[in-house]
Design a binder for this molecule. Structure first.
Ligand SMILES: N[C@@H](CCC(=O)N[C@@H](CS)C(=O)NCC(=O)O)C(=O)O
Length: 206
């Protein structure tokens, strides 16, 4: 019997946690939420995650929200033994660096772009100049990533880890919103290498 219960919806930011669980190969129970039907706003779910969002992991009886927090927890608890998270040394700090950068800096610019682009937001609340600024910030971010990946297959210690899992799902998504990834050969090779892994394919078969 596993002490891990994972609440998710497919094709959302819960995918990176799903992928991490699959890479780690630890037993866990899955609970799929229907976001369109509003499962995330039901009182029993809000009691676990008052933000009304996925992902959520209940571990050792404690609900953990925020994908980044969940990935750090999984990395420390299981990842080191499985060779998927650096030991407690400078590589660990480097993993933290990229995971925080992706989940805070890149995520903020992505949210800014979507908020000012997607038609589901009223036209008068969308600002094309803000969207352009966000797109530029994201392009600069991908360039930073591309330089970091020069001569390397993976972000930390040149070994595949949950740091890669944490960031890589967020990058191809940007191309759909006009961020041109074609100049960044290192990033494209990294995306291809990471997403061809069997655990990644189990989460996103397409
Ligand atoms: N910062 C949060 C973001 C979570 C988030 O925005 N989840 C979205 C899916 S990508 C969600 O659950 N949306 C449902 C809603 O807002 O009703 C994390 O990384 O866990």
């Amino acid at each position: 019997m596993s002490d891990l219960k994972f609440y998710y919806a497919p094709m959302t930011s819960a995918d990176r946690v799903h992928w991490a669980l699959e890479e780690l190969g630890v037993p866990y129970e899955k609970v799929k939420l229907d976001l369109a039907a509003g499962d995330q706003r039901k009182p029993e779910y809000l009691a676990l995650n008052p933000n009304g969002k996925v992902p959520l992991l209940v571990a050792e009886g404690k609900p953990i929200f925020e994908g980044l927090a969940i990935l750090l927890y999984l990395g420390e608890r299981f990842g080191v033994d499985k060779g998927l998270f650096p030991a407690l040394n400078a590589d660990r700090a480097e993993a933290f660096k990229w995971m925080a950068w992706g989940s805070v800096t890149l995520f903020e610019a992505t949210t800014r772009l979507l908020r000012n682009t997607l038609e589901r937001f009223p036209a008068e609340e969308r600002n094309p100049k803000v969207a352009e600024g966000a797109k530029q910030d994201l392009t600069n971010g991908i360039e930073i990533l591309d330089r970091a990946l020069e001569g390397k297959e993976y972000l930390v210690g040149n070994q595949f880890s949950l740091a890669d899992v944490s960031l890589v799902t967020a990058v191809p998504f940007l191309a759909r919103f006009g961020v041109d990834l074609s100049p960044f050969a290192n990033v494209n090779a990294w995306i291809a290498g990471c997403t061809s892994r069997p655990a990644a394919k189990r989460v996103r078969p397409g």
